[in-house]
Design a protein around this ligand. Structure first.
Ligand SMILES: Nc1ncnc2c1ncn2[C@@H]1O[C@H](COP(=O)(O)OP(=O)(O)OP(=O)(O)O)[C@@H](O)[C@H]1O
Ligand SMILES: [Mg+2]
Length: 309
């Protein structure tokens, strides 16, 4: 089983507008509301792939209750502790005439020590039941800098595999807890190393350093250019076929889900990389974030290439 952790939850609202005008009235053509947060995307994709998943995290208030009902509609088992404060809403405005997307992300309320401690106790139960734990996204205000590190150490001590997908200081500060896998994109690896790495050679060098420091699997995702993977079994490059992209939001989360599924199913590493890249690309073919269609995945599995470097 897979547990996904999302501390920074939200009700995501996608507003589709024919032609968006700033400073004027805009009539929204359609509004799609989903339980949001990067870990929730991971849960949705892993569940669609056929795995048993628990989406864990923190929500609160009326929005928290609504969040849980949206999750239930997606048939995902939730394990959310109550923060005692309203869960935030995030709005993504998609202008159909330009394809441009404008996001409005509420800051979210500050988490209390009690909410974080309550979640930790719930997390312990989820860890016991799981083979793989994914920890995704940023953290709400009030979360101590070592909180992710604590979650990682707890799971690792219990012999579970942990995939960490975050950025900035939270990524930097949590590396010492040695998650099994990290999945920085090119920007995140630059933030992490503090060096303007850009060529594949430089990116591999940076990943190799992190691997030598005790991270079993370092995956650098490169958008449409695929991914580079440094592991005990060697260095690999995953190459995606050219596709008609509809929406790339959540591709990284889908990739994390793909790796988690590969780990649970004990696929060999090369097969896991192919599966993760294919699921991620399949997500880009659909409007919905953290979603893929089975026929797209099948096609992509046969056209995604994994090379040993
Ligand atoms: N344009 C694209 N065409 C094909 N596949 C893509 C494209 N963009 C992303 N992907 C797939 O998704 C994977 C992850 O994408 P990306 O590197 O953009 O992640 P990210 O920046 O972490 O995304 P997120 O917004 O979810 O955090 C890529 O390695 C690739 O497999
Ligand atoms: Mg990402």
């Amino acid at each position: 089983m897979i547990t996904t952790v999302t501390l920074n939850t939200a009700i995501d609202q996608l507003y589709q507008i024919d032609s968006c005008r700033t400073g004027g009235v805009n009539r929204v053509q359609s509004c799609i509301k989903t339980a949001g947060g990067k870990g929730v995307n991971v849960a949705r994709v892993a569940s669609l792939a056929g795995e048993k998943v628990i989406a864990a995290g923190i929500v609160g208030g009326f929005h928290g209750a609504y969040f849980k009902s949206l999750l239930a509609q997606d048939k995902i088992e939730g394990c959310f502790t109550d923060s005692g404060v309203e869960t935030r809403c995030c709005i993504n405005v998609r202008d159909k005439s330009t394809g441009e997307q404008t996001e409005f992300l509420e800051p979210g309320a500050q988490l209390t020590e009690k909410a974080l401690e309550d979640f930790y106790q719930t997390y312990l139960q989820c860890v016991e039941k799981s083979d793989v734990i994914t920890i995704s996204g940023s953290v709400p205000a009030g979360t101590p800098a070592d909180y992710y590190g604590r979650l990682i150490s707890t799971a690792r001590k219990a012999g579970k595999r942990v995939i960490l997908d975050t950025s900035g200081s939270m990524l930097r500060g949590s590396i010492a807890a040695k998650p099994t896998m990290i999945k920085p994109n090119a920007d995140e690896i630059r933030q992490l190393t503090g060096i303007a790495v850009s060529s594949h050679e430089e990116l591999i060098q940076a990943a190799q350093k992190l691997h030598d420091g005790g991270i079993e699997l370092v995956v650098i995702s490169l958008g449409g250019d695929g991914a580079l993977v440094v592991s005990d079994e060697g260095v690999f490059q995953g190459v995606c076929p050219k596709i008609e992209v509809v929406n790339t939001v959540g591709c990284g989360d889908s990739m994390v889900a793909g790796f988690a599924v590969g780990m649970v199913r004990k696929y060999p590493l090369e097969a896991t990389i192919r599966f993760a890249l294919s699921v991620a690309s399949a997500n880009a073919l659909h409007e919905k974030t953290g979603f893929f269609r089975e026929d797209d995945l099948k096609r992509l599995l046969s056209s995604t290439i994994v090379n040993r470097l």
